[in-house]
Each structure stands twice: as structure tokens, then as C-alpha cells.
Write a protein that binds this ligand. Structure first.
Ligand code: NAD
Length: 309
């Protein structure tokens, strides 16, 4: 019998196959401290987590029987991959399950900041009727820079193209044919690309290369009055530098689903002075019923395969 520990809330139906597997005992324990986790993992064969569990070296070492760490979703930046690989622990994720959900939130964020929809909603509900306050920006004919033309970046490109936007990408790692096939112009210099874009949307993983890729320096190159959207990972933008650029009107707006510290209680972007220019959501990019089910199903299928050898 394999013991599988689930440490975060995961779509019930997506876990059905796990609960029904005859050779698996699934144990659900939420909200554990790191200390409790290290204790709970001692006789566990596999862990199922999302982004809120720090699967660090200490935890991996405590899990003497650990064979698999399964991350429901895409980003594995909460897992110490080096330590896992040293101990021969397989790390699984489900990168394809939430592509559409993250894409659709990104499109929603683009519309939201271009037309100030959340601000207009709040204004109307507070008793105002100020149409002139909500002068928006048309998307048709505008330039969109996609940083990271992977699954989500490509899927955003297709949709933005349908809106009549002109699309560039900055992604040194893709095959140039990919951009060409999507009708996206590939630019090799990030600063040059930033200077051309009316909208910049980020779709890179968090790595040592992408941490703070949008910072005080790179923001100096951004086209005046551009909009910045981050539905990828908090650490890829220096939030303080972004808030400064918004206050100085170098950026016209910013929409962030992800934050440097999560759960995010404070951020330079939450400054009341920026309320008319900023749209923020609590990391809901993958939160659709369809995506939650899909990411769990994919991970469970692969986890069962991995445990069964
Ligand atoms: P992906 O791996 O398909 O695409 C990432 C792309 O980034 C690749 O094309 C890669 O070449 C490119 N890239 C890597 N390093 C780069 C660099 N230094 N400069 C430019 N490009 C670089 O991943 P994906 O499925 O498209 O997801 C992208 C990110 O979105 C994920 O890593 C995850 O962090 C985030 N995400 C967030 C949510 C959410 O809830 N908000 C949901 C899903 C994914």
C-alpha cells in the first residue's frame, strides 16, 4: 500500500482516481506548519501539493520513503528540484491543465485595465455616475509584447491577434518558426521590445534569469503610457519599481494576479494612491472548475503510473 499525502485543497473530482486506486491510501492534511509537515512526511511515498507548500531540502530529507512529489499546476518553484533529483525523487506537474484558464484571466486583465472596468464598477456602486472618468484605451491596432511565448503566451497571442493587436514576443528559447507560425514578431532585445509595446504581458516561469526581469532599469525602457500585466509569477516584477513607474505616469496601468509574497496582504501596488491604475487578484489564474479538475486528473494519473513503476 502506498501512502499519498495531500497538503493543499485540490478539486475533489480530480482526485477520484486516487481515492479509488486499490493500492493507495490517500491522506488529506491541510494547513500544516513546516514542522508538522516534516513529521507527517516520514512514512509517506508521495506528496501532492500546489504552490503553497514549501517542498524544501529539509522536507525532502524528512521524507525517507518519498518517491514522488506531484505539483497540481505548472510552476515548480516551491520545490527544491536539485535536492529532489539528488534523492532520486520524481517531480511531476500538470503544465497543460490550466493553460486556457490562465490565458482567459490574462485577456480579462488586459480588458480590465484598458477600460478600467473594476474601477468603473466600484465607482457606480459607490453612488457615482462619472462616465468621463473612465476614458479607456482601444486594443485594436495596439502593440502587445508577450514575454515568454510558451503555452500560455502562445494562447494569449492567438486571442490578442483576433482582437486586431500587433504582437511581438521576447523569448530567446523558442524556435523562431513557432513565433512565425503564430504571426508574432520575435525580438531578441528585451529593452528594445519594451520600448515598442502598448501592453506588456508576462508568461515566463520564475527562474534565476527571470527574477525581477521587470525592474527599475528595464522599466526605464518601457514605452510611456504602457500597461503591464503579470499573470505568471510574483517575483518576476520588482513591485516597488512598478509602483514608482505608475506614480510617475511612465506606466498607465498594471494588472497583477500574482504577487511577490503570497498570500499578499501588503504590496507597493496596493497603495491607495494607485487605486485608479491597478487591478489585482489573489492568484486566481488557474481557478476555473475545468482547469482545477484537469490539473488534478493529469497529476493523479501520472502519480499512479510513477508509483506503480
Ligand atoms: P511554458 O513553459 O509553456 O512557457 C514559458 C516560456 O517562457 C517558454 O517559452 C520559455 O522559453 C520562456 N522563457 C523561459 N525563460 C525565459 C527568459 N529568461 N526570457 C524570456 N522567455 C523565457 O509555461 P506556461 O504554461 O506558458 O506558463 C507560464 C508561467 O505562467 C508558469 O511558469 C507559471 O509560473 C505561470 N502560471 C500562472 C498561473 C496563475 O494562476 N496565475 C497559472 C498557470 C501558469
Amino acid at each position: 500500500m502506498f501512502k499519498v499525502l495531500i497538503t493543499e485543497h485540490i478539486h475533489e473530482e480530480g482526485l477520484k482516481e486516487l481515492y479509488e486506486a486499490p493500492n493507495i491510501e490517500a491522506i488529506l492534511r491541510l494547513n500544516m506548519s513546516q514542522e508538522e509537515l516534516c513529521d507527517a512526511v516520514k512514512d509517506i511515498d508521495a506528496l501532492i501539493t500546489r504552490s503553497g507548500t514549501a517542498v524544501d531540502k529539509k522536507l525532502l530529507e524528512a521524507g525517507k520513503k518519498l518517491k514522488v512529489v506531484a505539483r497540481v499546476g505548472v510552476g515548480v518553484d516551491n520545490i527544491d528540484l536539485g535536492a529532489a533529483s539528488k534523492r532520486g525523487i520524481i517531480v511531476l506537474n500538470s503544465p497543460t491543465g490550466n493553460t486556457l484558464a490562465a490565458t482567459e484571466l490574462t485577456m480579462g486583465m488586459i480588458f480590465s485595465i484598458a477600460r478600467k472596468i473594476p474601477q468603473a464598477n466600484n465607482s457606480l456602486l459607490s453612488g457615482e455616475w462619472k462616465r468621463e472618468k473612465f476614458l479607456g484605451t482601444q486594443l485594436y491596432g495596439k502593440t502587445l509584447l508577450i514575454v515568454g511565448l510558451g503555452r500560455i503566451g502562445s494562447s494569449v497571442a492567438t486571442r490578442a491577434k483576433a482582437l486586431g493587436m500587433e504582437i511581438f514576443c521576447y523569448d530567446p528559447y523558442i524556435n523562431p518558426k513557432k513565433a512565425e507560425n503564430l504571426g508574432v514578431k520575435r525580438l531578441d532585445d528585451l529593452r528594445g521590445a519594451l520600448s515598442l509595446a502598448d501592453f506588456v504581458t508576462l508568461h515566463v516561469p520564475l527562474t534565476h534569469e527571470t527574477r525581477n526581469i521587470i525592474n527599475e532599469e528595464t522599466l526605464k525602457s518601457i514605452k510611456r503610457g504602457a500597461y503591464l500585466i503579470n499573470c505568471a509569477r510574483g517575483g518576476i516584477v520588482d513591485e516597488g519599481a512598478c509602483a514608482k513607474a505608475l506614480k510617475e505616469d511612465r506606466l498607465a496601468g498594471a494588472a497583477f494576479d500574482v504577487h511577490v509574497v503570497e498570500p499578499a496582504k501588503e504590496s507597493p501596488l496596493f497603495d491607495p494612491a494607485l487605486i485608479e491604475k491597478v487591478v489585482v487578484t489573489p492568484h486566481i489564474g488557474a481557478n476555473t472548475r475545468e482547469a482545477q479538475r484537469a490539473v488534478a486528473e493529469i497529476v493523479v494519473k501520472n502519480l499512479i503510473k510513477a508509483l506503480s513503476g
